[in-house]
Design a protein around this ligand. Structure first.
Ligand SMILES: NC(=O)c1ccc[n+]([C@@H]2O[C@H](COP(=O)([O-])OP(=O)(O)OC[C@H]3O[C@@H](n4cnc5c(N)ncnc54)[C@H](OP(=O)(O)O)[C@@H]3O)[C@@H](O)[C@H]2O)c1
Length: 300
């Protein structure tokens, strides 16, 4: 089976490459070979290579910058995935498209189920929702696609919250982190494993004809909780001798260009049931990530 990975130099893309199952031939791509800003190039690349699956891990992920670059965010996160879907519809290949908790408004008080009505509150979320809807429209409920939503992705590869916090804990005396945005982190390693399982088990053939799935680690936390845990673990692991003090701050006192949902926990039960797999607790994932960063001498 031939699988094209877009965004293979991003944090999920790199993990996908590290965890390729033995029976799969991968075509890695980046913005040089498969630029989502160039729809003709995307189409031609798919017609030339005829992959059995595409994992669309590429995205415009700069949440704050997207507020100023709406057109570009929509091109990359919506128009390009729609073009990919149209090309695959012709070649017969399948699409695993990665989406986000930011399609929701954060007003819920219980984990978002797969059929909860999306209502994004920033441009990034809007662009990702347009992508989801466009893909659904192209495939019209046939068995050629899966949309996998995830949240707060971090790992030892690429840029992410864990690595940013670790650097700040090393260089500052005190850091302020928001306590009133609640969700769950997702280990990019386990997310990549779920992507491969989806393809290997081909869950497009599931009896309920379900197309949207959710995947995160298990548990609940705020960004403050994660930063605090990183501080404690990095001390225990001897990554840091004297990590900065982490203090809680409200979102109101930490303004960002893009609004973030206050609550974005995703209900992953249907994915767990279908794939017969349990998700890793976020604290265990964080420990693994920090151990890996230590082995790579990340802070040296
Ligand atoms: N990170 C999170 O917290 C998070 C949360 C929820 C959902 N997601 C979703 O998860 C997926 C993977 O995200 P990630 O964390 O791996 O993001 P990432 O580390 O920012 O990687 C995104 C990749 O997309 C590539 N890309 C951007 N514009 C492109 C273009 N025009 N043409 C080709 N490639 C382009 C980037 O290339 P360059 O490196 O060259 O820029 C990068 O390799 C995305 O769909 C994202 O929306 C992420």
């Amino acid at each position: 089976m031939k699988v094209l990975i877009t965004g293979s130099k991003g944090q999920l893309g790199k993990e996908l490459l590290k965890n390729i199952p033995h029976d799969i031939e991968v075509i890695p791509s980046d913005r040089k070979t498969f630029n989502l800003l160039d729809l003709n190039n995307c189409r031609e690349f798919i017609f030339d290579n005829k992959p059995d699956w595409i994992i669309n891990a590429a995205a415009y992920t700069a949440v704050d910058l997207a507020e100023d670059e709406e057109e570009k965010a929509i091109l990359v996160n919506s128009e390009a995935p729609i073009e990919i879907a149209k090309a695959l519809k012709k070649t017969g290949g399948k699409l695993l498209h990665i989406s986000t908790d930011f399609v929701f408004d954060g007003e819920s008080s219980s984990p978002y189920k797969i059929d909860h009505e999306p209502n994004p509150i920033n441009i990034y979320g809007k662009s990702k929702l347009l992508g989801e809807n466009g893909i659904k429209n192209v495939f019209q409920n046939n068995d050629q696609y899966i949309i996998l939503r995830t949240s707060w992705v971090m790992g030892s590869e690429g840029n992410n919250f864990a690595k940013t916090i670790l650097k700040l804990l090393k260089t500052k005396e005190k850091i302020s982190v928001v306590y009133d945005q609640i969700g769950c982190m997702t280990s990019s390693k386990y997310l990549s494993i779920i992507c491969w399982l989806i393809i290997q088990k081909d869950i497009t053939k599931n009896v309920n004809n379900q197309k949207i799935f959710h995947w995160t680690d298990s548990g609940v936390s705020s960004w403050f909780d994660i930063a605090t845990e990183i501080g404690e673990l990095s001390f225990k692991l001897n990554l840091l001798k004297k990590p900065a003090k982490v203090v809680p701050i409200s979102s109101e006192n930490f303004p960002t260009k893009a609004k973030r949902p206050n609550f974005s926990l995703l209900d992953c039960s249907s994915t767990k049931e279908l794939l017969k797999i349990e998700n890793n607790n976020w604290r265990c994932s964080l420990l693994e990530i920090l151990q890996e960063l230590k082995s790579k001498n990340f802070l040296m």
